[in-house]
Design a protein around this ligand. Structure first.
Ligand SMILES: C[S@@+](CC[C@H](N)C(=O)[O-])C[C@H]1O[C@@H](n2cnc3c(N)ncnc32)[C@H](O)[C@@H]1O
Length: 420
């Protein structure tokens, strides 16, 4: 079967890059509180992974989420094996799959491909026909849908072409937040969300409010922060997961599947211990080196304290208990499987290679943070200062050999649930 065409396309609206370049941002001093969270521009307008395919793009820096895709594969295929088959003949309606928080690049294509292939094999073997599939690629409007559509159309980087040559589904883009309704009632047979649900819908206002006990002074994130800060994030996370589940409960057909993989922490850990072990705490790109890079900008007089403290990373690692509680509160789903796993930041061979070449390690880590945080940092600081920040981060990471010798793990929670 030839690759079917798009059934519809949506082109991304303003990316953070566009937003920043709309303003006169050439001066190094440029920064504007207009972009702080809770201000006139919402996080949803700027949060995205870096688009395109250059060295700082998400497409080129998604090894950890790629490991998450690999980890998901047996769990997802196993779940597909036990799923209800919906169609009785090839003339029936299509099977509809959504990837929520799809970003761009190989991971989203591999994920959708995995689901389509798993279901297709079952239909062929058990019912003797091949159904039609529709795949919905959904992300925030700031996502680089143009790049995604180009890969789907076959204008692809080499590492995607193998997946693409086997594309057996109609494709559509759906811009919007997964914390809102994205599809009509009972539309989806499978909804998948990989490495996305730990991104919150917003930064809790109190965290950037100087007069609040939850003011997160001197930190870009919440690992190790004071209780009030962490509690504010935990409340936001709970609200967000409730919204996500309530919307999916409407959209997924009875017997359909919800598969989620999100950043998570071991259940035994308090929320202020987001990363679960001391080495990961030290080495994670959102912690020490990031805070030091912000502090350097401050010490050099390039930004003021208010600007530094106005930036917070909108991510929260849930525990399995927190996810379980939200699922029970929402109702309508039967959890088939839920577990916490750890993903090594990179292989032992890579670690050895990098200890011989710390500069290339620094480059690689800086590219990773550019890919994931670039758009929101640029929205907060403007492009020139964002560049300065990432350069300092890179220098720090390249020169701290003690840190390089440590091993960082990313914790994830995997959940497979069936809509009752
Ligand atoms: C780390 S990427 C993961 C992408 C892809 N699923 C993968 O496995 O490589 C997280 C994605 O979630 C998206 N995202 C974050 N918050 C979102 C929201 N509220 N609604 C939709 N997508 C969101 C981001 O824009 C980003 O593309």
């Amino acid at each position: 079967m030839e690759s079917p065409p798009f059934s519809s396309t949506m082109v991304s609206s303003a990316s953070a890059k566009d937003v920043a370049s709309e303003t006169n941002s050439s001066a190094i001093e440029w920064h504007s509180r207009r972009w702080t969270w809770g201000g006139p521009i919402s996080l949803h307008r700027v949060l995205c992974m870096q688009g395109g395919d250059d060295d700082g793009s998400y497409a080129k820096n998604s090894d950890a989420p790629a490991s998450a895709v690999t980890l998901s594969k047996p769990l997802l295929l196993n779940a597909i094996q036990s799923m209800k088959l919906f169609l009785a003949s090839k003339h029936d309606d299509s099977l509809r799959i959504a990837d929520l928080g799809c970003a761009t690049g190989y991971n989203t294509l591999a994920t959708v491909n995995m689901v389509v292939e798993g279901l297709r094999k079952r239909y062929v073997e058990e019912l003797g026909f091949e159904p039609e599939f529709e795949a919905f690629f959904s992300d925030l409007p700031s996502n680089d849908f143009n790049y995604l559509f180009r890969t789907l159309s076959g204008v692809v980087p080499a590492d995607c072409s193998r997946e693409m040559s086997r594309r057996r589904y109609f494709a559509a883009g759906v811009p919007g937040s997964f914390y809102h309704r994205l599809f009509p009632r009972a539309k989806l047979h499978v909804a998948v969300s990989l490495s996305a649900l730990h991104w919150l819908s917003q930064i809790p206002e109190a965290v950037t409010n100087k007069s609040s006990p939850a003011w997160n002074r001197g930190r870009a994130w919440i690992d190790g922060a004071k209780d009030e800060v962490v509690e504010a994030y935990a409340r936001q996370s709970e609200e967000d997961l409730d919204d996500f589940l309530r919307c999916r409960k409407e959209e997924i057909v009875e017997g359909g599947m919800l598969f989620m993989l999100m950043g998570g922490r071991p259940s035994s850990r308090q929320p202020c211990d987001q990363l679960g072990d001391p080495d990961s705490r030290d080495k994670h790109p959102f912690t020490t080196s990031m805070d030091q890079a912000w502090q350097e900008l401050l010490d050099e007089g390039l930004i003021d304290e208010e600007t530094r403290d106005g930036f917070n990373i909108p991510a929260y690692m849930r525990s399995t208990e927190e996810v379980e509680r939200a699922m029970a509160k929402c109702g309508g789903f039967e959890i088939q499987r839920m577990e916490y796993r750890r993903i090594r930041e990179h292989s032992e061979e890579k670690q050895e290679e990098w200890s011989r070449d710390p500069a290339s390690y620094g480059r690689s880590k800086a590219n990773l943070v550019r890919a994931t945080l670039g758009p929101i940092v640029e929205a907060h600081l403007g492009r020139p200062l964002a560049r300065e920040l990432f350069d300092r981060f890179q220098r720090r990471v390249s020169t701290d050999l003690g840190l390089l010798a440590k091993t960082c793990f990313y914790g994830v929670i995997v959940v497979c649930a069936i809509r009752k």
